[in-house]
Design a protein around this ligand. Structure first.
Ligand code: NDP
Length: 482
């Protein structure tokens, strides 16, 4: 079988990397190489930045309605190619095809549609300073923005950055994760189909330390929007900060899921399972530390474990599969090492705990059983470090005070979920939890108008809503004496 050779998308055309070198792209459900991607380097990045710089004057001065039309067309093309994109995303990442079809890809087109229209409502501000002066603040695009995204929600997170950057009038050099490049490649073909002017969006494939680092270091890239791990975020910040670049960092999480005894039991159990294991636990917002009020603990545990055992693990292509493959052999080993750590730390294994054997075409795939531990202290490594896989802990708590302290005990602060029917408690707890978002009686419900991001080591800056358009523009104030 001839393998697809993914190409870079630079200056409006698909081209090979300058070095001519390629990397293997593995299908994690089969554990086999199925395509190859450019092993690009700083030279490709240079070329992409030049293309973006050349495109910037005309793209940024295009009426916003015109930019909007291009983005809306991209959204329509994503919808029209839903099945192909979902398939590519599932093959690249190992996630269930059904999840890619119903969540990832529709959310990618929603991102383009939202920012295509949000930009139309992005207005300048004016302030009258008594009868002395009139101040008005205009917002100008920054120039060339670098957008770097991870592998867990490939097209969804890629578009989450690219769409506001382009809508605000910037040109973009973007890099998808080397582990999941295929949907970004397909997107570049859709850009060509949409007639997006050359150089407006450039996609350079390859390794983070080579391509990503070159993007971050490039002197003509004034803004970086990054989603990925906290350690990589630190590295990027240490390069970008002395260069005074604008930086938006969306990083890791270790999110608490807090279940009070007065919750709607059925909803709380069902959604705690979903929050724990959707996308094999490879979502930054997954609730991996589940705290349950003592009086409900045994009942919750019994029903939770029962439902986890029902989760269908297997070939991502099957309609009823809920748990697919982990993204890579390395990641599988990392997850398995955390399972060993949890045992070493004294955790009691309630279900799962090992590699899952799938027969047929997936027998070499990177599958790990959904795994649940109990009996671990809130401050052990298993409960403090991001595993980013299908491993969660159950812990009983005795009071609101105690669980808030435990919830806030990690270095992360991305998201939290609270299950209670007591409205006052919901507000009280939500207010005291240190995280960018708190879901009450729901999980992963998204309103694109709200700011999104983490506190503490989960990130710096906010994406989503008008915040993203603000990030990708620089305010300029003009003060006129009246
Ligand atoms: P990484 O930090 O390893 O990689 C993210 C991206 O950065 C990839 O494209 C990677 O390329 C690139 N990269 C790696 N090193 C550098 C560098 N030195 N300079 C510039 N770019 C670099 O994260 P993962 O891909 O492993 O994603 C998982 C992480 O992402 C988890 O921690 C998760 O919590 C977090 N995440 C956060 C979200 C949020 O909204 N807060 C949402 C989703 C995920 P390459 O793949 O080639 O290494």
């Amino acid at each position: 079988m001839v393998q697809t050779s993914i190409q870079n998308y630079i200056n409006g055309v698909l081209i090979p990397p300058i070095s001519g070198k390629y990397l293997p792209n593995v299908n994690p459900a089969e554990g086999k190489i199925y395509s190859q991607l450019p092993d690009s380097d700083a030279e490709d990045v240079k070329k992409a930045v030049i293309a973006a710089q050349e495109a910037f004057p005309s793209w940024s001065s295009l009426p916003v309605e015109e930019r909007s039309k291009y983005l809306l067309q991209l959204a329509d093309l994503i919808d029209a190619n839903l099945e192909g994109l979902a398939n590519a995303e599932s093959i690249d990442s190992g996630k269930p095809l059904n999840l890619a079809r119903t969540v990832d890809i529709p959310r990618a087109s929603a991102n383009f549609r939202f920012y295509a229209t949000a930009a139309l409502h992005f207005s300048s501000e004016a302030h009258l300073t008594g009868n002395q002066a009139l101040n008005y603040t205009s917002r100008k695009p920054l120039g060339v923005a670098a957008c770097i995204s991870p592998w867990n929600l490939p097209l969804y997170l890629f578009s989450w950055k690219i769409a506001p950057a382009l809508a605000a009038g910037n040109c973009v050099v973007a890099k998808p994760s080397e582990l999941t490049p295929m949907t970004a490649y397909l997107l570049s073909k859709l850009c060509i189909e949409a007639g997006l002017p050359k150089g407006v969006l450039n996609i350079v494939h390859g390794l983070g330390p080579k391509v990503g680092q070159a993007m971050v270091e490039h002197k003509d890239v004034p803004a970086i929007s990054f989603t990925g791990g906290t350690l990589t975020g630190q590295k990027i910040a240490s390069t970008a900060a002395p260069m005074f670049k604008k930086l938006s960092l969306e990083l890791g999480g270790k999110n608490p899921n807090i279940v009070f005894a007065d919750c709607d039991f059925k909803e709380a159990v069902q959604n705690s399972v979903r929050a724990a294991f959707t996308n094999q636990g490879e979502i930054c917002l997954c609730g991996s530390r589940i705290f349950i009020e003592q009086s409900l603990y045994e009942n919750f545990k019994e029903e939770f474990i029962e439902q986890v055992k029902q989760l269908k693990l297997g070939d991502p292509i099957k309609e009823d599969t809920k748990i697919g493959a982990l993204v890579s052999q390395n990641h599988k080993e990392k997850v398995l090492s955390y399972i060993e750590l949890a045992k070493d730390e004294g955790g009691k294994l309630l279900t799962g705990g090992k590699t899952a054997q799938v027969t047929g075409r997936c027998e070499e795939g990177f599958f790990v059983e959904p795994t649940v531990f109990e009996g671990l202290p809130f401050d052990c490594r298993t409960n403090q470090e991001e595993i980013f896989g299908p491993v969660v802990t159950l812990t009983p708590f005795n009071s609101e005070e105690e669980v808030i302290a435990w919830a806030n005990s990690t270095k992360y602060g991305l998201s939290a979920t609270v299950w209670t029917q007591n409205l006052k408690r919901a507000h009280r707890v939500a207010d005291r939890i240190e995280s960018g978002i708190v879901w009450v009686n729901c999980w992963l419900l998204r309103d694109l108008r709200t700011p999104f991001g983490g506190v503490k080591q989960s990130g710096v800056g906010r994406e989503g809503g008008m915040e993203a358009l603000q990030f990708f523009t620089e305010p300029k104030n003009v003060c006129i004496k009246t």
